[in-house]
Design a protein around this ligand. Structure first.
Ligand code: NAP
Length: 260
């Protein structure tokens, strides 16, 4: 029997690439996103290329009851994922004072609450089996504050710290937790988050493509690594943050994020 992989946000970008890698690596798949039609197309190509079983579960994970409904559905079908990619995520770009509260709460409900609920529900099955790989897709945003995307950056800091704490707690259990921290990656994320063209600093950081980001994350999860930052420049920038006064880092991030 093939192991199961559950990928949230599997219809585009990094999540779709993660689903491809998991299928190529011998998993059957559960794919989740809101857009059922695109998910069905992704599923069809995975079945054709890899001969795997693919379950498509279209749902809005920002709804407070969604992660539990998803976990219940998996239990009903007897699916215990060996690999969980908590990948679905969105940002809300703009000054906190100008953004709709509902949009920012959606960011928290998806990036933080749904990821936590899903992990919490699926962890016991992994622990009972003595094995499991969990990949939480955070961001380089997790390492600093992000003016003009304050709630998004903070949500990713939560995911990074949550992942590292669990990785430590679970040491020796056979279950590993990896935080994938990509830098700028051209996907649907920028338009979904309402991001405007920046003043230009963002352009100084080379973009890493979604396939490369996913490969780095999938490999790191397979090896049980705790944190992975794809791309040399991203790794250098994250390290530099240790030595730069926070106030300076905040000002640089503001310059990178505010509109041109
Ligand atoms: N792209 C970047 O620059 C970048 C950098 C660092 C980290 N990340 C992180 O990488 C992850 C993947 O993003 P991406 O760049 O691949 O963006 P993307 O191409 O926009 O993909 C996002 C995926 O999440 C799904 N999704 C969005 N809202 C959802 C909801 N409420 N319920 C269920 N599924 C939902 C989307 O499908 P539907 O719209 O059909 O629901 C889509 O499949 C996110 O966590 C993001 O924060 C991205």
């Amino acid at each position: 029997m093939r192991p199961w992989a559950l990928v949230t946000g599997a219809s585009s970008g990094i999540g779709r690439e993660l689903a491809l890698l998991a299928a190529a690596d011998g998993h059957d798949l559960v794919l989740v996103a809101r857009g059922g039609a695109i998910l069905a197309t992704v599923a069809e190509s995975l079945r054709a290329r890899h001969g795997c079983t693919v379950i498509v579960l279209p749902m809005d994970l920002a709804r407070r009851d969604a992660a539990d409904a998803l976990a219940d559905e998996l239990a009903r079908r007897g699916v215990v994922p060996a690999f969980l990619a908590n990948n679905a995520g969105v940002g809300a770009w703009g000054r906190h004072q100008d953004l709709e509260l509902a949009a920012e709460l959606d960011v928290l409900d998806l990036n933080v609450v749904a990821a936590t609920r899903l992990l919490k529900r699926l962890l016991p099955g992994m622990l009972a089996r003595g094995s499991g790989r969990i990949l939480n897709v955070a961001s380089t945003a997790a390492f600093q504050a992000g003016p003009w995307m304050a709630v998004y950056y903070a949500s990713k800091a939560y995911l990074l710290h949550y992942s590292e704490a669990l990785a430590e707690e679970l040491a020796g259990s056979g279950v590993t937790v990896t935080a994938l921290c990509p830098g700028p990656t051209p996907t649907g994320f920028q338009s979904a988050s309402g991001m405007a063209p920046s003043r230009g600093l963002r352009g100084l950081v080379p973009h890493t493509d979604a396939a490369r980001v996913a490969r780095a994350g999938y490999e790191a999860a397979r090896r049980g690594r705790r944190v992975v930052v794809p791309g040399l420049v991203n790794r250098l920038l994250v390290q530099a943050l240790r030595f730069v006064p926070r106030r300076v880092a905040n000002a640089v991030a503001a310059r990178a994020n505010r509109p041109a």
